[in-house]
Design a protein around this ligand. Structure first.
Ligand code: ARG
Length: 459
């Protein structure tokens, strides 16, 4: 008979058992379920619902079950429906009648709420470490490459020359926000749901403060109805993952583009590339493409969660059982993507000469020329127009701006002198950016210094 079978005359249909069961997915929560039960039974002892021998028996039973699961000695079975009933049944089988006291003053809604919250909290700590690791990889590569200059793009059209370090540190900044977002989400979810009962609280004088302390939550959820029906933290984690994956996907996209022969800026390590079954010459950036592809799945997880919750009346509804599949998948995809991205960044080769060469074509110094004309007293809008005509002249005559002769320049603006060629040198264009947070060496070194400090403070 099922643990809840008292009021039923007929067995559930086999297909219904299959449909209803979540143990194939929530078995992942066995540790947290046992952790929650261990805290609960100690609380029951404290308030006199079980005596100390009973408490010890239950605790030993639960710990044995944990060992058995970890040693692979027990198989999860569909007939137990979910991890909560599975562990309770094993406990009763192991220690007899006393085991039946464990579920006093708590519900499965309570259990699923506390288990998942404990699990997500732990996973967020792991995710933060992985983000930190990827940020460290970006920082290290940026630090080694402060001298390297590459084209910066808008609309994927060459725009202005920038430092490779500055480019890498842009991704560092995005990931720092991701890290902080997970940190914030963690703080918000750090509230104990356990003790809510099914929905209304319980008629026992439970000690939720004691539970909070043992289970390591910062606060206690103040409304039982909310405690068992809240999945905000799952959605917020999933949303943070979606945002984080979007960042990884943008890096991935650039890795795919920049490692193509057309660009040839990056060469990926063989370790994170694959070949073709038919074309012997191929080396494909599959790791980056998979990250880009998995971003779609992760968005799907978020959408599934949001839609699942949107029409639910209070409190628990079985729809909510579907949350675990989504959040587990999102977490797994994000963690592996962070690790792979970090390794790709650590091992890829930057083709410095090629990147610098690419800054020589495409008039990346045109803005600097316009800024130079401003120093000669020409209003910017006007100088923009003049440089536009100079670019058109250069295109028509197959020249770069550096190749236009001085007397030609003077036909456009008489005050232009020899110093224009210094202004146009690509290295000088990079250095001439003076604003805070720009690509020049001093500001790039400052970014690196701040990044170093942040990484140290948050390790
Ligand atoms: N397996 C369920 C879940 O994951 C546990 C809660 C079940 N509660 C209930 N009243 N049926 O959501």
């Amino acid at each position: 008979m099922k643990l809840w079978g008292g009021r039923f005359k007929e067995d559930t249909d086999e297909l219904m058992d299959l449909f209803n069961a979540s143990i194939d997915i929530d078995s992942l929560l066995y540790k947290e379920d046992i952790e929650g039960s261990l805290a609960h039974v100690q609380m029951l002892e404290k308030i006199g619902i079980v005596n100390s021998e009973e408490c010890d028996l239950i605790k030993t039973g639960l710990r044995d079950i944990l060992l058995d699961i970890e040693n692979g000695d027990i198989e999860f079975s569909i007939s137990d429906e979910d991890i909560h009933m599975f562990i309770e049944r094993l406990l009763i089988e192991k220690i007899g009648e006393v085991g039946k006291k464990l579920h006093t003053a708590r519900s499965r809604n309570d259990q699923t709420a506390v288990d998942l919250r404990l699990y997500v909290k732990k996973e967020i700590s792991k995710i933060k470490l992985l983000i930190h690791e990827l940020m460290t990889s970006l920082y290290k590569r940026a630090k080694e490459n402060t001298e390297v200059i590459m084209p910066g793009y808008t609309h994927l059209q060459r725009a202005q020359p920038i430092r490779l370090s500055f480019y890498l540190m842009a991704y560092f900044s995005m990931l720092k926000r991701d890290y902080i977002r997970f940190d914030n989400a963690y703080k918000l979810m750090d509230e104990l749901p356990l003790g809510a009962g099914a929905l209304a609280g319980t008629s026992y004088e439970t000690d939720r403060e004691f539970l909070r302390d043992i289970l390591g939550f910062e606060e206690i959820m103040g409304n039982a109805l909310d405690a068992v029906s809240d999945r905000d933290y799952v959605i917020e984690t999933s949303s943070n993952i979606a945002l984080g994956m979007m960042h990884l996907s943008r890096i991935a996209e650039e890795i795919v583009i920049f490692s193509s022969k057309e660009f040839d800026f990056f060469t990926l390590s063989d370790k994170y590339s694959t070949g073709s079954s038919i074309m012997p010459q191929k080396k494909n950036p599959d790791a980056a493409e998979l990250i880009r592809g998995k971003t779609g799945s992760v968005y799907g997880n978020l959408l599934a969660l949001l839609v699942m919750m949107k029409g639910l009346p209070l409190a628990y509804n079985k729809d909510m059982q579907e949350d675990k599949k989504q959040i587990f998948e999102a977490i797994d995809n994000f963690k592996i993507s962070l690790s792979i991205m970090s390794k790709m960044i650590q091992t890829m080769i930057f083709n410095k000469t090629r990147m610098f060469e690419a800054t020589q074509q495409g008039f990346l110094n045109a803005t600097d020329l316009a800024d130079y004309l401003v120093t000669l007293g020409i209003p910017f809008r006007k100088s923009h127009e003049i440089v536009g005509s100079l670019v058109a002249y250069a295109i028509a005559n197959n020249l770069t701006l550096e190749e236009i002769a001085l007397d030609k320049y003077q036909e456009f603006v008489t005050e232009i002198d020899q110093s224009v060629y210094d202004i146009l040198a690509i290295e000088n264009c990079v250095e001439s950016k003076k604003s805070m947070g720009s690509t020049n060496m001093i500001s790039t070194l400052e970014m690196l210094g701040n990044a170093y400090n942040w990484l140290e403070e948050n390790r």
